[in-house]
Design a protein. Sequence first.
Length: 303
Amino acid sequence: MAMPLDPFTVRETHGILLRPGSQVRASSDELGWTSLYASAAREAPYHDSFGAVRDHLTILHLSGPVRVNRTLGRTRESRVIPPGGMFMMPGGIDFSVGLDGALDTLHVYLRRFVIEEVAGDLMRGDPAKIELIPRLGYTDPLIRHLVLGIRDALGEADPTFATYADYLARAMAARLLRDHSNPTQPAPSQPKTGGLNRRQLARAVDFIEANLGGSLALQEIASASGLSPVHFARQFKRTMGNAPHQYVMQARVERAKRLLVQTDLAIAQVAFECGFSHQEHLTRIFRRLSGKTPFLFRSSAQL
């Protein structure tokens, strides 16, 4: 199933955080992410009903405990949810919810097509028939870890994090399918291979190098190699030892090294040419991967 590359915005959500009293502290609205939508907020107490949307919602409670009341059809549940607890609502379901106290939350919407794409790789049967399970107060350490990773990426207004967001979206989809979906047999195990073949790898690397100056979505890189994003990410890591988003970041730093040595471009311009949003971001990543700042690297190369 082809992944649409239009950014996922708040207009496609239930609108929970658009209610009066919500204080949105960060969101992915301006980040151009396509696989997921995320927003961190302080929510005031409320009770409201929401119509179905297509995509899956996970809400991680960052504070609390607080009581949450939820109605699905004729079924009403009420739970006191501690920090780290979650509210999960699959796409396609109308629901009502009441929040009895103020709460810090992180909302993550995962595209339905991402879930179907991952299901096609991991499970038997028709991916479109996969049904995720509503949860109230459930704790899942891996989902929590992934959602917190998404929160950290919200703080980086940088197009280079689009690939990382795609990676987290698919990891989250795999976990939801494994532990939070209707019983479905896993797909037959495939024989292990050595990873990408030479042509697939060359196409992926060439595409990355040609587009380092802009946003690189996992779907686009995978498409260049002729594979689904899930299969590509797994085979790429087996071949290269790094996940695609890690390779992309390293490739940006390597290009920055070449420009620092071979040109007189200002460091801010080098950052732009290599796909970083600003000089400070280049400096932070450059230091982490090389042990030096761009300035010190350039100075030592000129000795």
